[in-house]
Design a protein around this ligand. Structure first.
Ligand SMILES: *[C@@H]1O[C@H](CO)[C@@H](O)[C@H](O)[C@H]1NC(C)=O
Ligand SMILES: *[C@@H]1O[C@H](CO)[C@@H](O)[C@H](O)[C@H]1NC(C)=O
Ligand SMILES: *[C@@H]1O[C@H](CO)[C@@H](O)[C@H](O)[C@H]1NC(C)=O
Length: 405
C-alpha cells in the first residue's frame, strides 16, 4: 500500500481480528494444524526449505561496531522469468523460526506475476541468532528497527546477487514488493515507510502498527468472539479458577498439567491465552462447545476447561507449558528461544500487554499491568520496560504516513 488512505481500511477491518499474542510467538507451528495442513505432505507445504546464508551487520546504528552475523534466507525462482527481470516478492518472516517459504496464497500470486519469492529469517530467531547465549546484554540488538535495516540490506544484497548471476550491471533493479502478516505485517508497513525507495509497495496483513501499552481491547474481542453464552461460561470458569488458586493452587494447576508454573500469573495467562488463541485462529467451537455443554448439564466447568487446555491447546496445537514459565523465559540458552525473544520485544518496544479490562473481563483480573511489568523485570532485569510512546513516535502508529509511489 502506498498511501495513508489505502492503509486505513486494512487496519480497521483486520486489526482486532488477528492480533499478536504475547507468550507464544505466532508462527506456522500454530497456524498449520488449524488450516488442515496435516492432510498435506510436508513437501506440499513449502515451496522450498533449502537454506541460504548472508552476512548481516549486527548493529546498523553504530559507527564503530562492524561485527556481523549469519542471517538465513530462502529463495524460490521457479516462477521468475528466464531473464529474471520480473518482480521479487519479499516475504517477511516474523517472530519465530523461519524454516522455508510456505506454499500458500503468495505462491499463487508469484505464479501469476512471474515473481521470485525470497524470505530472510528475522534476526535472533531460528538459526539467525548473532549470539549463542541470549543474555539481556546480548539481546540489545533485537528490535524492529534493526530488523527493518536487515531487510533493506538483504534487499540490496539479493538484488546484486541476481544481477551478477545474470551478468547484469550492478544498477539493474527488479520491482520489489513486500508482504507480511501480524508483527511481520507491521514490519511490512514500516519497511515501506522507512525505505520507500526500495519497494513498489507493501501488503500489511493484520499489521499491528500501533504499539499499545494496556491492550484491554484484546480481552474484549475474546468476549465478543465468544458470544454471550460462551463468554459467561468462560467468566464463571475464570472466577472458579481464581478461587481454587486461593484454596489449593497445586491441585488446580495439576488439573491443567501446569504444576510447573510456580507463578500464578503465568498460570492464569496460559489459561487466558488458550481461549484467546482458539478464537484468534477461528476455532471457537473447540472451547465453546464443551464449556457451554458442561454449563447446561451442570458439569464441572474447571475440569472441562482443563481438558480443553490439555487436549486441544497443548496436545493438538503443540503449545508448551514452559513457554509461559518465567523461570524458562529466563534461560539464556533455551531449546526454543522464540518466547524469550518475543517477550523481549514486547518488554522493550511494543508492549501489547494483554491485560484484563477493568469491567467484564474474560481473563483473570490478576493478568494486569503489574504482572507484565514484573515479568519484564524478572526475566530481563531492572530497567527493561516498553516505551510505546517512543515506538509510536518513531513509526507514526495508526497515523503512519507512507509515501505514494
Ligand atoms: C555469465 O557470464 C559467464 C562468463 O562469461 C557465463 O559462463 C555465464 O553463462 C553467463 N550467465 C548468464 C546467465 O548469462
Ligand atoms: C495502564 O494501566 C495501569 C493500571 O491500571 C495504569 O496505572 C497506567 O496508567 C495505564 N497506562 C497507560 C499508558 O494507559
Ligand atoms: C460492565 O459490563 C457489563 C456487562 O457487559 C455492563 O452491563 C455494564 O454497563 C459495564 N459497566 C461499566 C461501568 O462499564
Amino acid at each position: 500500500m502506498g498511501s495513508r488512505a489505502r492503509f486505513a481500511p486494512i487496519l480497521s477491518t483486520s486489526f482486532l481480528l488477528l492480533l499478536l499474542r504475547s507468550a507464544q510467538p505466532l508462527g506456522l507451528r500454530q497456524q498449520t494444524p488449524l488450516a488442515g495442513a496435516e492432510l498435506v505432505g510436508i513437501a506440499g507445504r513449502y515451496l522450498t526449505r533449502e537454506e541460504r546464508w548472508m552476512n548481516q551487520r549486527l548493529d546498523h546504528f553504530s559507527p564503530t561496531d562492524h561485527r556481523q552475523f549469519k542471517q538465513r534466507y530462502f529463495e524460490f525462482l521457479d516462477y521468475h522469468d528466464a531473464a529474471a527481470t520480473g518482480p521479487v516478492f519479499l516475504r517477511i518472516c516474523g517472530e519465530s523460526s523461519c524454516d522455508g517459504i510456505p506454499n500458500d496464497y503468495l505462491a499463487v500470486l508469484a505464479k501469476k506475476f512471474g515473481a521470485a519469492v525470497v524470505t530472510p529469517e528475522h534476526r535472533y530467531y531460528g538459526k539467525s541468532s548473532p549470539f549463542e547465549s541470549l543474555t539481556t546484554e546480548n539481546l540489545r540488538f533485537l528490535s524492529s528497527k534493526q530488523a527493518l535495516f536487515d531487510l533493506a540490506v538483504f534487499r540490496q544484497y539479493y538484488q546484486e546477487t541476481l544481477n551478477s548471476r545474470h551478468n547484469r550491471s550492478s544498477g539493474f533493479e527488479n520491482p520489489w514488493f513486500v508482504f507480511g502478516v501480524s508483527y511481520a505485517g507491521a514490519l511490512s508497513a514500516w519497511f515501506r515507510l522507512k525505505f520507500p525507495h526500495l519497494t513498489c509497495g507493501s501488503l500489511a496483513s493484520s499489521g499491528v502498527v500501533l504499539a499499545v501499552y494496556n491492550f484491554t481491547d484484546f480481552d474484549k474481542q475474546v468476549g465478543q468472539s465468544a458470544g454471550p453464552e460462551c463468554k459467561a461460561a468462560l467468566q464463571e470458569t475464570t472466577r472458579l479458577v481464581d478461587e481454587q488458586l486461593q484454596s489449593d493452587s497445586d491441585s488446580v494447576k495439576a488439573l491443567f498439567g501446569a504444576q510447573t508454573l510456580k507463578n500464578d500469573g503465568d498460570f492464569l495467562f496460559l489459561l487466558a491465552d488458550a481461549a484467546a488463541t482458539t478464537f484468534q485462529y477461528g476455532n471457537p467451537d473447540a472451547v465453546c462447545s464443551p464449556l457451554t455443554n458442561a454449563k447446561k448439564n451442570g458439569k464441572d466447568l474447571v475440569g472441562t476447561y482443563a481438558q480443553f487446555v490439555r487436549d486441544y491447546y497443548i496436545k493438538k496445537l503443540g503449545t508448551t507449558v514452559s513457554s509461559y514459565d518465567q523461570e524458562y523465559l529466563k534461560e539464556t540458552t533455551p531449546d526454543d528461544s522464540s518466547s524469550r525473544l518475543w517477550w523481549f520485544q514486547v518488554c522493550s518496544e511494543v508492549a501489547y500487554f494483554q491485560v484484563a479490562p477493568k469491567n467484564d473481563s474474560v481473563r483473570s483480573a490478576k493478568i494486569n499491568t503489574r504482572y507484565n511489568l514484573d515479568l519484564c523485570k524478572n526475566v530481563y532485569g531492572e530497567g527493561v520496560y516498553p516505551d510505546v510512546f517512543m515506538t509510536n513516535l518513531y513509526y507514526g502508529g495508526t497515523s503512519i504516513a507512507g509515501l505514494s509511489p
